[in-house]
Design a protein. Sequence first.
Lengths: 224, 647
Amino acid sequence: MNSPEQVSAQEITILLVEDDPPTLWRLQDALVKAGFDVAAAATLGEARASLAARIPRVLLTDLQLPDGHGLELIRETRARHPNTEIMVISSLGDEETVVSAITVGATGYILKDAFPSDLAATVRDLVAGHSPISASIARFIVRRTQAQAVPPPGPELNTAKLTPREIDILWGIAKGFSYAEIATHLGMSNQTVPGHIKSIYRKLEVHTRGEAVFEAVQQGLIKL
Amino acid sequence: MTDGTAKPVASPAPAQRGRNVAVFLIQYVPLQIVIAALCIFVVSRPLPSPPDRYGVPSFSLSDDGATRTVTLPEFVSSQPSMNEPAVFTGTFTWSAREAAQTWSVYLPRFTNGVVVSINGIEIIDSRRDPSANRSDRATPEIAAIPTSLLRDGNNELVIRLFHWSPISGFLDRVFVGPDAELRPYFEKRTFVFITLPLVFSAWQGILAVILTVMWAMRRGDDAAYGALAAAMALGAIQAVLMTAIDPPAQPGLNAMLIASTPLESGFVVAFGILFFIRKWPRRLGPLIFLPGLIMLAIGLLGDPFLVRRAFLVLAIPTLIIHLLLLAGIVAWSEMRRRDVPSLLLGCGVTIVLTALLHDVIEVAGFIPDDRIFFTRLSYSAMLVAIGAGLTWRFAQALNRVDGFAAHLAIQLREAEAKLKASFAREQERERAAALARERTRLMRDLHDGLGGQLVSIVALSERNTAGRGNGEASKGIGEAARAALKDLRLVIDSMDDIGGDLMLALGSWRDRAAAQLRAHEIALDWRAAPPGLPVYPELRPSHVIQIVRILDEAVTNAVKHAGARHIGVTIETIKSGGSEHGCISVTDDGKGFAIDGERRAASRGLANMKNRAARCGAELELSSGEGGTTVRLQLPLRFPEGDAAAV
């Protein structure tokens, strides 16, 4: 990918949170070999400690952690460090885990068995501002935009903020069309599709009032 | 009176009105003229009469103190008193040889009362027959002459004719002869002039009851029925309640009954206004009943002679005016609406009017006077018309009710069908929801258990490969675990409800296939332009799994056996005739293989692919050569239900 703000791998700091040692080793190995500056954590506590010590550019976290849930980590990080890109590490890339992570602020996912080259490319693209979205996640989101009598199972997802154009883009991705094909079909510039995807991720984030209060307290705007 | 105050309920468009007027002029008016001509033809036909040989040729008439010889029929001038009859004296011959059969004296027509004596013995006194007293009914009289009265040779026949003003007395020809010969003529006349009017009176009574019930049940809605019921009741009562005139038992009642005619016709006109114009003229309307009320007052206060005079000068003209009014109303209605009741009543009114004019002209002496009046008889024609018109209305209302019921039934069926459809949809939704729930549960299980373990295996095998020796074995384990993960993802993915849009399944497959091929540094050339494939509503997860596995197999073959560098996937919709079906092609630039199976693994894979294609009703085409291999999967027009094709 050719991005104007191409950053060298060494400048990209990553916090990798994964409790399964072989998987942690595998991912860390792949990322280190690609030249990234990787910090690793196996528990939620370690991850918080690491975050306190250094704010990473990218947070990659598993959801099932021995001492807590990765969603908490994502939510906290998203609130305190808005510049940190977050991705969830998923073994199956299923919507259940990925979409719940997206709603708290993650931008896409990486598969635990992804090939090393793909892992590195995904992180680089993410830093360059290209939020990846898989066809199955796009499909899950667009299916949720369709009116359904019975609320479908799985994570809650509010798609009300998505514009018709964004939904069209998601349809295109879900059907396996390339960005170029989608852009041509929708009569827009090829370059604007990734921007739309980023915007989609932000719109799917849940901003409840409770969260707003939580954030305000955290940022010292409100004194209890 | 009809046009000034009454506003039509619904005004038809001017073009429609013009057409109605034209139809009225070329259909209705000529029809009424034909009916009038037919009436004139019928009433002018002579009534059957017994052979002349039984007629009594001449009488000596003593009237007003003078005596003269007359030939019947004969008129005698009106008398102020009923006690001074005109006396007709004649003779007829009877032979004792005829004693075997009864002889009768037959008087076809007379006004107003007769007393017949044979050889000085009275055998008929018509004055006690109430119906014979009515000059509007041509009541005949017949009486058998007791043989003991008759003398061989000449016999004396004396007829005393009672008549009262203002109508002059009339005696038609008198017949004396064998009863067997005369009676059929009497019966015929009785049938026409007595029985028929009685039948119609009974009918009038029935109509009165029916209309009263209708009016009572729909009070306020149908004043027309009330008016008609009143007219019918008056007519029926007048026909049934008749008293002898001499001596009048209840002179007041009698007079009132005579006065009822203009009242009755007034009610009929009121009915016409209410029924056809549908609006009652408040100021002019009551005028209809004025002549009838005057007649009633005269009947109550005046003597019988005054009543009769008033009848001639007031009731008859009123009757004519009422009939003309009714004819106008009905014609107006026919012109505007062209419905059956207007037409029927129009014809009825024409018949009555013609008969009445005939009777008036006859009494006035403009045409030969045989004292046969048809007004009363023709009135029954109008009754028939009214009855038929009302029945038509009633049937029409029933039809409307039926139509409404049928309409309701149709609506009910539609609603039922909708309900069924929505029930089916609901079931389908529930099925889909159950599948989605199951899939979510399975996914959670797999994610937490099998998925993580497989990932661990992949990681461990890679670590092994990177670290110590026996790398090949570890690599094999890793690849197997990776394939298991891929299959797991495929199964989970296929269970998702994609609403029949295969493109959604292929989109996910593209992601997986691209990742797989990147590891082998093979480019995936994906050629699919929106909108891609047609939507298959009947598409089931089992079909999706088969199709995706076929594609996986094709890609795997290209990677493992053909050594391809580029793999192209083309998705297109092929239109043939009116139908369209999807087609997915996988092309590689590998070295190809001979289809007759030099490689057993490949050929087993191919058989497997064909089998899978058959299960979804799809067709698999293979072509392989030096330049590469192409697998074409022709999707069906409709996917088969369940796994029917898997035999």
